[in-house]
Design a protein around this ligand. Structure first.
Ligand SMILES: [Zn+2]
Ligand SMILES: [Zn+2]
Length: 352
């Protein structure tokens, strides 16, 4: 079978690999249809950030069940599934409290073990989410990134009747906007420094857009004045500047959901820190996409939104193609962030 393999030094090669086999009773053999490149994969590919090399990445993928282990009773050949990549131990105090992402003994498909950038992969039953009839393989590959902001919304107690402000109009931000609009936000605002991304935000549910390269935090706050109560701000850009911006533009008692990972240190001066106290801000750290009953309500919500046709994905995808097309597109990034999702597609000419 074909597999897209990452070697040390940023080499991304299409290679032939032996077909995987079912090894335990709860294993499921999946024929992969569609697999997205995640921002977190960039350091794994280009900056020696993988746990081992060579590695087959891919933790945002969909596929069709082709064979099940003897202990699997609730999935059958032909079912469309989405990968749930976290592998908590299900057995520690954190797991007993259903704090899956806090498990200390976890594994992760596509980082601590080989992932879905192969024609076939075996996955334990717990790491598959069955998709309802009518879901497309492309949608299936977006469950993982989509549930990231849905998790923050769960932590925030939902976004109904809130003015939701999304900082960063990358894949996570553009999905968050559509989710917020579909889940009853009073208004959706997008903030980014890229005019094209802001334009796109307007077509995907953002009523207001502000360019933070052209506007100061004070300018943006003035614009937000009438929407300053009941704010939920989602920081998805992951830079020190945008975290600071979130604190500065927040209204009284606003919730700030921090989603983006920082790669540089954040330092706040005393005055900016004081804003957290004065405005009584509620800072919500958000990690991965799991809650309550495994894998979590986020995954059911994603199902509902996709089934209802509320999420436009085509505008988010820059490249979708077979292994060599995908490998070329990834190589061309040369360590830089994606501008639009890069998708590996094994579904040949099947409709999706
Ligand atoms: Zn990811
Ligand atoms: Zn655990």
């Amino acid at each position: 079978m074909k597999s897209v393999v990452v070697h040390a030094g940023g080499r991304v090669l299409v290679e032939d690999k032996p077909l995987p086999h079912i090894k335990s009773a709860d294993d499921v053999l999946v024929k992969v249809y569609c697999s997205g490149l995640c921002g977190s994969d960039i350091p794994r590919i280009f900056h020696e950030g993988a746990h081992f090399y060579p590695i087959t990445l891919g933790h945002e993928f969909s596929g069709i069940v082709t064979q099940t282990g003897s202990g699997v009773t609730d999935l059958k050949a032909g079912d469309l599934v989405s990968c749930v990549p976290l592998q908590p131990c299900f057995n520690c105090p954190e797991c007993n409290r259903q704090l899956w992402s806090q498990c200390k003994n976890y594994h992760f498909i596509g980082s601590r073990s080989h992932g879905g950038n192969s024609e076939y992969i075996t996955v334990p039953r717990n790491n598959l989410f069955r998709l309802p009839e009518g879901t497309t393989p492309t949608e299936g590959a977006f469950f993982e990134p989509m549930t990231v902001s849905l998790h923050t919304m769960v932590l925030a107690g939902g976004c109904k009747d809130k003015d939701v402000i999304i900082i960063g109009a990358g894949t996570i931000g553009l999905l968050a906007m559509q989710c917020a609009a579909a889940l009853g936000a009073k208004s959706v605002t997008a903030i980014d420094i890229n005019p094209t991304r802001l334009e796109l935000s307007r077509t995907l549910g953002a009523k207001y857009t502000y360019n933070s390269a052209e506007m100061s935090a004070d300018d943006i706050s003035r614009e937000l004045d009438e929407r300053r109560f009941d704010q939920l701000i989602l920081e998805t850009a992951g830079s020190p500047q945008t975290v600071e911006l979130a604190i500065k533009i927040a209204g009284p008692q606003a919730q700030i959901g921090l989603i983006g990972t920082l790669h540089n240190d954040l330092s706040l001066n005393a005055q900016t820190f004081g804003l957290i106290l004065r405005k009584e801000l509620k800072i919500l750290g958000s990690w991965m996409n799991y809650s309550g009953q495994w894998p979590g309500v986020e995954w059911d919500t994603a199902t509902r939104l996709f089934t209802a046709g509320k999420i436009n994905l085509s505008a988010l995808i820059a490249v979708q193609g077979e292994p060599q097309v995908y490998a070329n597109a990834v190589t061309a990034l040369d360590g830089k962030p994606m501008n639009g999702k890069i998708m590996l597609d094994f579904s040949d000419n099947e409709t999706h």
